[in-house]
Design a protein around this ligand. Structure first.
Ligand SMILES: Cc1ncc(COP(=O)(O)O)c(C=O)c1O
Length: 489
């Protein structure tokens, strides 16, 4: 087997030769998306040159187009280890998840429960909160352990019960790289009689995936994270997808693909999987005659081994820097439980300042912020505080209000809100909307202190001032999220 030849691989990606001010750019924002190889660019351009047509025509370009769309489904199925007709393609993971969550939501009954995790990207949280809200179901949160950024199985046991219908969890965390034990999670979820929805957006570029081996019911991923175009893919187990009500127009053949697809993106998606298969043949030891699935798996093993070596090098260099800390699992024995994604804090330096250093001698482009997922992690030196209440609190907010963040009873932040949704809906609806509260205060004002948020109605005839004790006091990166709704009658 040929050694992983990084120079040869890099040469296939035109964007890697981009420069800024005469110097090569270093892309450090892999979790945000990858550059694409020339073969993917050619496939997208080739679609326009040779196959551009709508679906189902009895003419050459339409037949070519249909064959490309079919191959894209087969390619994503090969990536995930499932059947081609179990793949739904769509704009991105978030849209696909909202879409199927509406169908799953329609099967929920009042009082049913869904479980989301505090380690997940919001794309695998908010669709389930919305589905629960629309169907009077309850959302429970499986909280991660903050010391090592892992989800513990006993934490899952504590939130599962006979009313649980669905658990949504990430295969791996895009914020800190933790890989979750999906097979063990699936066993527990299925024992409780629920479905498991897995967000594999961060896992797909880094790990060999087998949706059947881990017994997931749904697996969603995004092709732009592994060398392809901006497109999402969803695996849904045959028997479940067939049983779900679909929100679609009647003639559409695929029950969950609505309207005209992104066919040029489909062409690029198939090419991205082909690129991986080629890596598997060249550097993963797979025979050229092996199936695409086998070659992709070989590629992912080779990529994983190379990336972990890179990560070990990065971690060792970061450890030499004073004040720098990598979040999550860092022990060598835990390497098989993390991806090479490193989220770091630097004592006394804000994420924005660290990411945009004017004196850097090379244009390095790391991502910074909370990656839509870091609500419960101490990733910001001068934090944006947002606090998330345990569970979904229902309350009536009949007018504008102010939210006051208090530390040990002393106000340290204040936000004003106007009624977030149409008050005319109040008569019959159960809820008025979800709000996130973000307070900009120095970490030193709140760290180690007992935090609460008070809501003060400022323009309402019915004055009220509900008060919520916060679960995890003193964590400067907690979020408050509230579902505003009618008080239970
Ligand atoms: C772990 C994870 N899940 C979901 C998403 C959302 O994916 P998409 O942009 O395809 O909607 C992202 C995007 O960064 C992500 O990293």
């Amino acid at each position: 087997m040929q050694a992983f030849d990084v120079d040869a691989i890099r040469a296939r990606f035109p964007a890697l030769s981009l420069t800024q001010d005469g110097r090569p750019i270093v892309f450090f924002d892999g979790p945000g998306g990858t550059q694409v190889p020339q073969s993917v660019i050619d496939a997208v351009a080739g679609y326009y040159r040779e196959a551009n047509a709508n679906h189902g025509g009895a003419f050459l370009t339409s037949q070519r187009s249909d064959a490309i769309v079919e191959d894209a489904h087969a390619a994503l199925a090969d990536l995930l280890g499932v059947d081609a007709d179990e793949i739904t393609l769509g704009p991105n993971m978030t849209t696909l998840t909202f879409h199927v969550s509406r169908s799953i939501g329609a099967t929920l009954r009042p009082g049913d429960e869904v479980v989301v995790s505090g380690l997940d990207h919001q794309a695998n949280v908010d669709p389930w909160i919305a589905a629960a809200r629309d169907n009077e179901a309850i959302v429970r949160t499986w909280e991660p352990s903050l010391d090592d950024c892992t989800l513990r199985l006993d934490g899952l046991d504590a939130v599962l019960n006979e009313r649980t219908r669905l658990v949504a969890v990430g295969w791996a965390s895009n914020a800190v790289g933790t890989i979750n034990p999906i097979r063990e999670i699936a066993d527990r979820v299925h024992r409780a009689g629920a479905w498991l929805y897995v967000d594999a957006v961060h896992a797909a570029p880094h790990l060999p995936l087998d949706a059947r081996a881990v017994d997931a019911d749904f697996v969603a991923c995004s092709v732009y994270k592994f060398f392809g175009p901006h497109l999402g893919a969803l695996y849904g187990r045959h028997e479940i997808m067939d049983s779900l009500p679909a929100y679609k127009v009647r003639p559409a053949s695929n029950r969950f693909e609505t309207g005209t697809g992104n066919h040029e993106g489909d062409a690029g998606a198939a090419a991205a999987v082909e690129y991986l298969a080629d890596v598997g043949t060249r550097y993963g030891g797979a025979a050229a005659t092996a199936s695409r699935r086998e070659r992709v798996l070989a590629a992912m093993h080779a990529i994983r081994a190379y990336e972990l070596d890179l990560y070990r090098y990065l971690a060792a260099r970061l450890a030499e820097l004073p004040g720098v800390r990598i979040l999550g699992l860092t022990a060598d024995a835990d390497m098989d439980r993390r991806t090479p994604t490193a989220a770091i804090t630097i004592d006394g330096v804000t994420p924005h300042a660290a990411a945009d250093r004017p004196d850097a001698n090379q244009p390095i482009r790391p991502a910074f912020g909370n990656f839509a997922a870091a609500r419960r992690m101490r990733v910001q030196a001068d934090p944006l505080v947002s606090v998330r209440l345990k569970g979904l609190n229902r309350l009536v907010i009949p007018g504008s209000f102010e939210a006051v963040l208090k530390a040990d009873g002393e106000p340290v932040g204040r936000r004003s809100f106007f009624q977030p949704t149409n008050p005319n809906r109040c008569d019959n609806c159960r809820e008025l909307g979800i709000i996130d509260l973000d307070f900009h205060v120095p970490g030193s004002a709140i760290t180690g202190r007992d935090l609460t948020v008070d809501l003060e109605v400022v323009s309402s005839p019915a004055g009220m001032s509900p008060r919520f004790p916060l679960a995890a006091a003193g964590n400067p990166t907690l979020n408050v999220r509230m579902l505003l709704g009618e008080a239970a009658q």
